[in-house]
Design a binder for this molecule. Structure first.
Ligand code: ADP
Ligand code: MG
Length: 421
């Protein structure tokens, strides 16, 4: 069957049980099954996996999926396998496998059983695997979390830079699919350049989250009292408070407890058992608040988080967007409150002091954007979305009135000057 004749809705239903494509998925799938380089930018939770999984299942050959985290790969493979017994056809190839397991995977690929092969970027650089993969039909290569290729992204991984040349060794004509939730124009440009796919069909979803309310408050000595008051105004609702250090996490969690708010700490310094317990308590609503470092939230999908508080301002607007994005997943209210003081910016700058110069420069540039966001008097949504290369209509756009600056416009500095003279 020609790709253009495939009934995608039928395949979607058959493999995934969904009746509708979400957002831009259908266009992406069509682009991939007609063998085009394709670039997908969608926020977390947008449904990027399906964009390459469905094409992999309907096309001949094996699709290679590059993914940075072994744990994430395993999740995806388990999820795919649970969909339908008809296609126990997803495999992982990475350093955690025994020799026997690797041989079994190779056998399944050679026999055409494997439709999706998940690999870590460092495995793909192994000569043994490259030689093997050269000999098998490959439908396309999907590179998930493609921002790892860019130094401007939040998770730069040098191994990602080798991917293009390896894919070329596997075959000049193999289509490449890049996927990311990082929307800054700089990172996008890097991805397209590094993957040598400036010709790619690009699909970019909106990053607007109209149900999130954005607010920045000046950080003062009374911050703890301020946070307590805020939480008491949101009695019975779930929330996350992000702090920069483990020490601060413990401190704030304790202050909240003393003040009658049920809260638990979460950071990488706690043992795995305690972390899991605190995470479960939050998910099961045994506690209202998790006070956490950024270690919290990677795999968390609690739909009704009603507020996200940043006790300390994050190091980039992307981190800010990701972390606030954990509020209001169910479409309901999500209040995003950040405390800002220039002292915290200086603290973050100090952390960067020991790093290589190039990294420092990027770090400073990202921080300047955070400062500009915190200090702006314009629509915060417009500012954030502009940072992600998206124009937002701050009069009629969805969620236009959902921030502190729009609700209570600050007097412009110029206006104050005029009053004085
Ligand atoms: P991303 O990688 O973009 O963060 P995922 O691929 O993990 O997002 O998908 C997020 C969620 O959306 C998953 O629970 C997935 O099952 C669901 N999903 C994806 N596509 C659809 C669809 N067409 N209809 C309903 N749910 C979908
Ligand atoms: Mg994903």
């Amino acid at each position: 069957m020609k790709p253009s004749e495939i009934d995608l809705h039928k395949e979607l239903k058959k493999f995934f049980g969904f009746n509708q494509f979400k957002g831009l998925q259908e266009g992406v799938v069509r682009s991939i099954i007609t063998h085009n380089n394709t670039f997908v930018i969608m926020p977390t939770g947008g449904g990027k996996s399906l964009c390459y999984q469905l094409p992999a299942l309907v096309l001949d050959g094996t699709a290679i999926v590059v993914s940075p985290l072994i744990a994430l790969m395993k999740n995806q493979v388990d999820a795919i396998r649970s969909l339908s017994s008809e296609f126990g056809v997803a495999h992982v190839l990475n350093s955690s496998l025994t020799k026997t397991e690797v041989n079994q995977v190779k056998k399944d690929i050679t026999s055409g059983l494997t439709k999706l092969l998940y690999v870590a970027p460092e495995s793909l650089t192994k000569e043994e695997y490259v030689d093997f993969l050269k000999g098998v039909p490959i439908s396309f290569v999907a590179i998930d979390e493609a921002h790892c290729i860019s130094e401007w992204g939040h998770d730069f991984r040098p191994e990602y830079r080798n991917l293009r040349s390896i894919i070329k060794q596997l075959g000049e004509e193999i289509p490449v699919i890049g996927l990311t939730a990082t929307a800054t124009p700089k990172v996008q440009e890097d991805i397209l350049k590094n993957l040598d796919m400036t010709d790619a069909n690009t699909f970019k979803a909106s990053f607007n989250r109209p149900n999130l309310f954005y607010e920045v408050r000046t950080k003062t000595k009374n911050i703890e009292g301020d946070i307590i008051r805020f939480i008491k105004q949101h009695k019975g609702k779930s929330g996350v408070i992000y702090c920069l250090s483990r020490k601060k996490v413990e401190e704030i969690a304790q202050v909240l407890q003393v003040n009658g708010i049920s809260a638990v700490p979460y950071h990488a310094g706690l043992d795995a058992k305690t972390r899991a317990k605190h995470q479960d308590m939050f998910l099961m609503e045994d506690v209202e608040v998790v006070v956490a470092t950024i270690a919290f939230g990677m795999g968390i999908d609690k739909p009704d988080v009603r507020f996200v508080i940043h006790h300390d301002i994050p190091k980039s607007l992307e981190s800010y967007y990701q972390e606030t994005g954990r509020a209001g997943r169910d479409g309901g209210e999500g209040h995003c409150l950040a405390y800002y003081s220039y002292k915290d910016i200086e603290k973050l700058e100090k952390f960067m002091a020991g790093k290589p110069v190039a990294e420092q420069e990027i770090g400073f540039a990202l921080l300047q954007e955070v400062v500009a966001y915190a200090e702006t008097s314009m629509s915060r949504r417009k500012f954030l979305l502009h940072y992600f290369g998206e124009e937002f209509d701050d009069v009629d756009g969805e969620g236009a009135d959902m921030d502190d600056n729009v609700r209570n416009p600050k007097k412009k500095v110029e206006a104050q000057d005029q009053v004085v003279t």
